[in-house]
Design a protein around this ligand. Structure first.
Ligand code: B16
Ligand code: MG
Length: 311
């Protein structure tokens, strides 16, 4: 005998899982991920009176309309229409399409300025705050940074006091940004941005800082960035992947074709959760989970980033 429910379950895990088929309110899409050992997967789907053939290999996805006059589909983030008898193929080979940069510790070093502003608060409030504690604030939001400082001191503040100090700390910090200029771009970054542009690779910013657009302006490099993820709007801060996913989406680039560059553990986790390759700049802390670990931004090159896509 045969177990039809079990057969249906296997079919669903292959089509919904490995082929990444989704029916989202009548919008049909595919996001294929074949296991490395699989050479080929092909199946047919009857959709709204049309018959669609799907053939997937490690390097290519092919969609052909066998019956029916027209069908609208999406392959990953790309919409397309198949007319009667038409066939369309997409490469599944990973390619570097965008580099998503963290800001503090990757593009420029604002950590000492954040430190000075928090230190002013700590001194006024009689809290302990030192360089070691400052390392724990790398890449995390203003509000989360304050929570860390309070926890380290065993202090409990009212919500009003916390938000008043977040505003005040930011005013102190912004004042210190007034002298920021091209001289403050970290080594190798300007050259990398130029090389990426020359190779047609997009650059975007995925920073936790709500001051990011102003900082890029001051550094004089805004024109190189096709998008800045909005730290004030994303649902969840690093180590969640939201900032990196938003940066990729704003650039119109598929997430798996992006490399993220970070100097903080929370940032490397965010990149990995986003399903992207990660580069860790280990100037302040070690980043053992990064796919590529570099000791300085000066070591960042287009070639190293592109080769990350090869494995
Ligand atoms: P703001 P990144 C982070 O920058 C800093 O590393 C972190 O210390 C700071 O709290 C955070 O930005 C928020 O900055 O107060 O300007 O919104 O590394 O994510 O670029
Ligand atoms: Mg950083």
């Amino acid at each position: 005998g045969i177990h039809t429910a079990c057969m249906a379950g296997s079919w669903m895990s292959v089509v919904y899982g490995f082929a990444g088929f989704e029916d989202y309110g009548g919008e049909y899409s595919f996001n294929p991920h074949l296991p490395k050992e699989w050479k080929k997967l092909s199946f047919s789907l009857a959709i709204r009176g049309a018959l669609l053939d799907v053939t997937l290999s490690q390097n290519e996805a092919v969609y052909s309309l066998k019956e029916g006059s027209e069908l609208e589909l999406s392959h990953r983030n790309e919409k397309f229409v198949l007319k009667a008898g038409e066939k369309k193929s997409f490469s599944l080979k990973k390619k570097l399409a965008a580099v998503l940069f963290d800001l503090d510790g990757v593009v420029t070093n604002t950590a000492p300025l954040h430190f000075a502003a928090w230190k002013k608060m700590a001194d006024e409030e009689g809290l302990r705050f030192d360089e070691d504690m400052n390392k724990k604030l790398l890449g995390i939001s203003r509000e989360a940074s304050l929570e860390v400082i309070l926890k380290e001191n065993g202090a409990e503040w009212s919500a009003e006091k916390k938000s008043a100090w977040c505003v005040k700390k930011n005013e102190i910090y912004k004042k210190s940004l007034e002298t920021l200029g091209e001289k403050d771009i970290l080594p190798g970054i300007k050259k990398l941005l130029e090389d990426l542009k020359a190779h047609g690779i997009k650059a975007a910013l995925a920073s936790s800082s709500k001051n990011a657009p102003m900082i890029l302006e001051r550094l004089g490099i805004s024109e190189y960035f096709c998008a800045i993820a909005d730290a004030a709007k994303v649902q969840k801060a690093k180590p969640e992947p939201d900032l990196f996913l938003e940066a990729a989406e704003k650039c119109g680039v598929w997430y798996a074709d992006c490399v993220g560059v970070e100097d903080a553990e929370s940032g490397v986790s965010a990149i990995k959760k986003a399903g992207m390759k990660s580069v860790g700049i280990e100037t302040t802390v070690t980043l053992p989970n990064a796919d590529l670990r570099l000791s300085s931004t000066a070591e960042l090159t287009y070639e190293k980033l592109a080769s990350l896509m090869e494995d």
